[in-house]
Design a binder for this molecule. Structure first.
Ligand code: GRF
Length: 211
């Protein structure tokens, strides 16, 4: 099977990118990280990609705070295409993408979010989960649509919220699951095992596995 070419968009430390690269370089998943793009010039994630030998570029986002300027968005799409990207994985990318971007990669943009969606979309979600008093939180990988953290859910993993948790301790527990399920979701895409039926993402049986 040919490897799925994934472009990863980042803004920060890049631990999810690192988890994807580790699994990819180990040959555990049929995924090749073709390029990493960042809106933040000194994002640690760019160094992480470069030290793994993956092309990593900073593309300035333009003057907006939460989205990309149209010209910038076009440059992101062009650069992803130049690198043969089939699936775009957002990994801590802090900007909302427009329809034009999503239309350039139909049903092929995914995101990881540190809560059990649809609870707690948006930012600062570990603090919100603790403040709300939920007993379980977790991580969600989902397709990206035009809303905020609202697209069809591919995989989720739950973790307990403990009485003594701070946003940091809860985030660390969730992050362990993020690093597990994000590469797993990309492998499901690589193996063409996902079918979207309305809001539901159905996982076809694994016909390639030896086990
Ligand atoms: C992760 O918690 C992810 O769920 C959220 O942003 C954070 C990115 O962390 N979207 P990292 O850059 O992958 O370490």
């Amino acid at each position: 099977m040919s490897r799925l070419k994934v472009g990863v968009l980042v803004s920060g430390r890049g631990s999810n990118l690192g988890a994807i690269l580790d699994r990819s370089l180990a040959g555990d998943i049929d995924v090749e990280v073709a390029v990493v793009l960042s809106d933040v010039e000194d994002a640690a994630a760019l160094d992480r990609a470069r030290s793994a030998g993956v092309p990593a570029l900073h593309i300035p986002p333009g003057r907006f705070r939460t989205k990309l300027e149209p010209d910038a968005e076009r440059r992101y799409v062009e650069t992803l295409r130049e690198h043969g990207v089939e699936v775009v994985a957002l990994a801590g990318f802090m900007r909302i993408l427009h329809d034009e971007f999503l239309e350039a990669f139909p049903r092929a943009v995914v995101n990881i979010h540190p809560s059990l969606l649809p609870s707690f979309p948006g930012l600062d979600v570990q603090r919100k989960a603790i403040a709300h008093g939920v007993k379980w939180s977790g991580a969600t990988v989902h397709f990206v649509d035009t809303g905020v953290d609202s697209g069809p859910i591919i995989l989720q993993a739950a973790v307990p919220v403990l009485d003594e948790d701070t946003p940091e301790t809860l985030a660390a527990r969730i992050l362990i699951e993020e690093h597990r399920i994000y590469p797993e979701a990309l492998q499901l895409l690589a193996a063409r095992r996902l079918r979207v039926d309305g809001r539901r993402v159905l996982v076809d049986a694994d016909t390639e596995s030896d086990s």
